[in-house]
Design a protein around this ligand. Structure first.
Ligand code: SF4
Length: 99
């Protein structure tokens, strides 16, 4: 299944934060594994953090914006050191916050 990579490739390439991403030369499979097991997600999250990626916040914000209110099963891959369930929890937390 190539859905995860297609989703990533469909996003605009013009945003400059992507050019500073620590993962830009890594295999996308690391961040969009065929089987999103807990271990696979943890390995990718660890890369985001241990690499000192300078655009974690931008990466996470991009995913949150793209995914909107989607349920975890419709969220793909690791963005900003978060897996699909992490981002759904963040979404729910943001929804509950008073504006
Ligand atoms: S936070 Fe992780 S997935 Fe996002 S750009 Fe950085 S290394 Fe890549």
């Amino acid at each position: 299944m190539t859905t995860f990579n297609h989703a990533r490739q469909a996003l605009p390439r013009t945003t400059s934060w992507r050019e500073r991403a620590a993962c830009q030369f890594e295999d996308p499979e690391l961040f969009f594994p065929e089987a999103e097991t807990v271990t696979a997600i943890q390995i990718a999250r660890r890369f985001c953090i241990s690499s000192g990626c300078p655009v974690i916040k931008e990466c996470l914000n991009s995913a949150m914006k793209e995914e909107g209110s989607a349920q975890p099963k419709f969220r793909y891959g690791v963005w900003g050191a978060t897996g699909p369930s992490d981002r759904y929890k963040l979404y729910l937390g943001r929804e509950r916050r008073p504006s």
